[in-house]
Design a protein around this ligand. Sequence first.
Ligand code: NAI
Ligand code: ENO
Length: 369
Amino acid sequence: MGDITAGFIGFGLIGGSIARAMRELYPNATLVAYNHNKDVPNKSLELAQEEQILDKIYTDLSVGFSKCDIIFLCAPVLTNIEYLKQLKSIIKPSCILTDVGSVKGNIHEAVTNLDLDANFIGGHPMAGSEKAGFINSNSKLLENAYYILTPTAKTSDKKLEFIYSLVEDMGALPLILDYMDHDNIVAAISHVPHIIAASLVNLVKKSDSGDEKMRALAAGGFKDITRIASSSPIMWQNICLTNTKSIKGFLDQYILSLQDISSALNDPNEDFLYEVFDTAREYRDSIPNKAIGMMAKIHEVYLDIIDEAGAIATIATILASNNISIKNIGIIHNREFQDGVLRIEFYNEESSAQAVDLLRKYRYTIYER
Ligand SMILES: NC(=O)C1=CN([C@@H]2O[C@H](COP(=O)(O)OP(=O)(O)OC[C@H]3O[C@@H](n4cnc5c(N)ncnc54)[C@H](O)[C@@H]3O)[C@@H](O)[C@H]2O)C=CC1
Ligand SMILES: O=C(O)C(=O)Cc1ccc(O)cc1
């Protein structure tokens, strides 16, 4: 694995994170990327080369990508499909062609139409965020997250074992699924929720008064369930245009369930309304928080801080001087905590546990959830 050549087409949040992880894991690997815009230097690719993540940037796929042992398609889903035809005439027979797209059906169909089944293994890391671009990439992004693999009927054991090991090496959890099952599952747990978040935000935008009181007061629950509305519009447009049938199936069911709630408000049907919230609460509470779920586990702690200048800096210094890296830090205000608390997110379980011990020694009040 150590001396492989890997190529990237699309080098944003996911492509950049995979490349960062591979660079850390395999210092001797050759990592190359494609700049599709020949006339304009690509700042992200140049930065990655400066950081010695990438060895080479190519503006012509036929020059650099023929040597690749594995090629990651990491652009929006429809764009990934557009590259298949060109790659077919370039890649070597042993090359694994994989993608990271959120939808698998269309790319599998295109692969079969082009007779690329022996090379292609679909991939979908169930990790990410609402933040796009190489600037937000991180070598640990995939850690503890499921990484779905959708082999074809012609995928060899050798190729599947190769990518399976690579995913494991990156700290992710490989999970082999049929591509149609994949598209149905992610429509329910990822694609429809993104549509709901975006349409809810748009509803509030449309309903707000001229003095924008709704925008000013939007907090807590609203911000919790709409974080993903900040995601890349082009990425989600592509997802809707490709996983259309599964998304529409769940979305139509969801609309019916909202209509039932609306009717119960008219009646009003007390029992039905209670049941809606009770059933949802029970199922939501059964979804593991601390165990590994479909998304990467979040290693976070909450603590009370004194409202004075330098309070956050003091905590950051305590952690940094003990070599504990912070992934994210910020004050949150919600009803659960009455006053504001500081939320600190760590990269892994170990650093989160170390931080809890350390900060308790400094007499901070920690809330573990
Ligand atoms: N953002 C997320 O949380 C996750 C995204 N995905 C999938 O990963 C893929 C990439 O998403 P992100 O990295 O989040 O997006 P991103 O916006 O951070 O990166 C996309 C990259 O594709 C490049 N690109 C656009 N058009 C291109 C073209 N014609 N040729 C070559 N490159 C082109 C962009 O310059 C950018 O570098 C998408 O297919 C998405 O469905 C999968 C799991 C999670
Ligand atoms: O930020 C989040 O919670 C996400 O939902 C990220 C995400 C977006 C798209 C995917 O296909 C997988 C994961």
